[in-house]
Design a protein around this ligand. Structure first.
Ligand SMILES: [Zn+2]
Ligand SMILES: [Zn+2]
Ligand SMILES: [Zn+2]
Length: 307
């Protein structure tokens, strides 16, 4: 009798559990939010990285987005970061698989493409994994080792993409790369616009200053539904070196520029690509409070974006 009561209790609990419907619409998942070097940064002995050296729970991976199509059971990532193996495990915890169907690259700075090394014969030895790249990025990979070996051995298959030219990843997902000004030593730099269900998300992890771009960023934010934007540094003086050598829009500058936007448009802004010195990496920091008070958002590892 007692067993029967237990069974009834267990059964009624099971019935009351909310059944999480498997999403059918494609979605975007944030796999990483830090600048190229991740957080903490190698050799940093300062206060900014102290908590993360002492406690791995605070460690944060380099900026990366996944795009998932549950209908076709396909998934792609934007940028192959040095943290790719852990990021694909994070993706697997959501989708059940770490297998990816392609990679979209933004540019040839270390945080954005060096994860490709894991597709070579020393590790996965993939067969023609599609890698979407702009012309200079493509040439850079083809003509420089060790990346050229991935091309020669057909571990990766470079798909040429063009700025401002839209292509489909699946029947439900459209992608448009667009050029942005950045320190283009080895390749050009693009941001991406992802369109799903007539809604769109822009991802610009790296750009010099907003004023150097012919596109008006505020107008663009009004047009899209989500904007994941370069927030490498919070403010001027954050680095001891001359910060004009590594130009990025300071978050303080961006918030000033975006202050004229309506509240609903400000909410679309999700800052991402934080340098180890950026106080936005610290939970509960004054900087974080300021961003939220002004109506903006911060990207978070594991965050799901619905369309
Ligand atoms: Zn970067
Ligand atoms: Zn640091
Ligand atoms: Zn860069």
């Amino acid at each position: 009798m007692r067993n029967l009561i237990y069974l009834i209790i267990i059964f009624s609990f099971a019935c009351n559990q909310p059944v999480e419907k498997t999403p059918t619409t494609p979605y975007v998942m944030v796999l990483g939010i830090a600048q190229d070097a991740g957080y903490p940064q190698m050799n940093c002995k300062k206060g900014c990285c102290k908590q993360a050296w002492e406690n791995p729970e605070f460690q944060i991976t380099t900026s990366c987005l996944a795009i998932v199509d549950p209908m076709s059971k396909e998934q792609w990532i934007i940028d192959a970061t040095p943290n790719i193996k852990n990021q694909l495990q994070l993706l697997k915890r959501k989708t059940g698989t770490e297998k990816i169907d392609g990679i979209l690259l933004t540019h040839a700075h270390m945080g954005h493409y060096t994860g490709l090394m894991h597709f070579g014969r020393e590790v996965m030895g993939t067969d023609n994994l599609p890698v979407f790249a702009m012309p200079k990025m493509k040439t850079f990979l083809e003509e420089n080792g060790p990346w050229s070996q991935l091309v020669d051995l057909e571990n990766i298959n470079i798909k040429s993409i063009k700025s401002d030219s839209t292509f489909s990843l699946s029947a439900r997902i459209k992608i448009k790369p667009f050029l942005v000004p950045h320190r283009d030593e080895f390749s050009e730099t693009v941001g991406y616009e992802i369109t799903i269900n007539n809604k769109s998300l822009i991802f610009i992890p790296d750009i010099d200053k907003w004023g150097k771009w012919e596109t008006n960023i505020s107008d663009l934010i009004e047009e899209v539904d989500y904007a994941f934007l370069d927030a490498t540094f919070y403010k001027n003086g954050e680095l001891k070196r001359d910060m004009s050598e590594v130009p990025h829009p300071f978050v303080e500058e961006s918030m000033e520029i975006f202050s004229a936007l309506k509240e609903i448009d400000k909410q679309k802004v999700h800052f991402i690509h934080f340098n180890h010195t950026n106080p936005l990496l610290i939970e509960g920091s004054t900087a974080q409070k300021e961003v939220f008070e002004k109506g903006f958002n911060l990207a978070k590892e594991g965050q799901m974006i619905r369309f």
